[in-house]
Design a protein around this ligand. Structure first.
Ligand code: NAD
Length: 319
């Protein structure tokens, strides 16, 4: 058992390195998720064999050389996953032990790159990737080239916000067509292209590629009482917030939203890989708190994997 856990840990760390650091995944996300689940189960059954380098105890990636390190004031977390309705029900049951009548907000899970933006007196002063959750990469100059990120907010506030940077599908198709003409390798998917673009050293290239953002969280102490109010507030400040969201009082209502999203998913101009279900009340979120890696007040329902993409192409994002 010990060697099985060691092998899985090493394999998953290798995949995570290829995915987060090199932007060159060698396996499908579904395969990574399956192995991750296997390791999680083995670790739960054998807690004494959990390794210090286990991916189940760490958030994300490492910081690339070439970028300054950025120490986050507020840690960034990952999300726990659910792959079925039953797992959503288990989540709801865990929440109800602490919050008897939860109200949830369901949002789209944008398949891009996690982003943190810091504004001082309303001016954009820093932008960083998530990195390992504590230390990310300082990508301020690149983020300034994303057209929908306001350099100055509509109010002169001090705020740190979180969101996702992504490459709209039409820009992804255009980018790959251009790369093909130039004899360069195509990006495997829009997430890969967004990650590669944001970690470009040439800011002109970032301007050209047409990244976009959705912001969804106030990381600095919130001035609002609910997630819904946070989203409205971010919008009022001039940040882009995704409009597709609903309230839900139980998993039936969550599931209806998931089913609706599954049918309209292909019509969106950006990739999503699931739906994030969050407790709406921020004081209740605080009551539930966090595990080492993820909030206990939220869960990401992941859509079943689509038919395997033809091939995962490796990409040299520095070119
Ligand atoms: P995750 O992508 O599963 O979920 C957490 C992230 O979701 C957050 O950090 C945030 O950036 C994002 N997000 C998007 N919309 C959001 C919203 N509305 N509200 C809150 N968060 C939102 O977790 P992760 O740790 O970033 O990545 C793990 C996943 O990456 C795995 O499940 C796997 O699918 C993939 N992965 C794949 C490989 C591979 O080799 N193919 C390797 C490592 C990881």
């Amino acid at each position: 058992m010990e060697s099985k856990i060691k092998d899985l840990t090493e394999l998953l760390n290798k995949y995570a390195y290829e995915y987060y650091t090199l932007d060159k995944p060698s396996v499908e996300d579904a395969e990574y998720d399956r192995l991750y689940r296997e390791l999680e189960t083995l670790e739960q059954e054998n807690p004494h064999l959990v390794r210090a380098d286990s991916p189940t105890h760490r958030t994300g990636d490492v910081v690339l050389a070439g970028f300054e390190k950025y120490q986050h004031e507020y840690n960034l977390y990952s999300l726990s996953d659910a792959f079925s309705r039953e797992e959503l029900e288990d989540f709801d049951e865990r929440v109800r032990k602490v919050i008897p009548k939860p109200e949830y907000i369901c949002e789209l899970k944008i398949d891009g790159l996690s982003l943190s933006l810091k504004y001082a007196e309303g001016k954009l002063v820093a932008a960083a990737t998530r990195g390992d959750g504590t230390v990310g990469e300082n990508i301020t100059e690149n983020v300034k080239r994303i057209k929908d990120v306001p350099l100055v907010l509509k109010e002169p506030v001090d705020i740190v916000v979180r969101g996702e940077a992504y490459l709209p599908r039409k820009n992804f198709i255009k980018l790959n067509a251009e790369r093909e003409l130039e004899g360069k390798t195509s990006f495997a998917n829009p997430r890969n292209a967004a990650a590669g673009t944001l970690r470009q050293l040439d800011t002109k290239e970032v301007s050209k590629r047409g990244l976009a953002t959705f912001l969804y969280q106030e990381a600095s102490p919130a001035t609002n009482e609910t997630q819904e109010e946070v989203l409205e507030y971010l919008e009022k400040l001039g940040l882009v917030v995704n409009k597709e969201r609903v309230f839900a009082r139980n998993i039936d209502e969550v599931w209806s939203f998931i089913e609706r999203v599954a049918t309209m998913r292909d019509t969106l101009d950006y990739d999503i890989d699931g739906v994030v279900v969050k407790l709406n009340n921020l004081a209740e979120q605080e009551e539930l708190g966090f595990t080492v890696k993820a909030p206990r007040w939220a869960i990401a329902y992941k859509f079943p994997a689509e038919l395997a993409e033809t091939e995962i192409l490796s990409v040299d994002w520095t070119v």
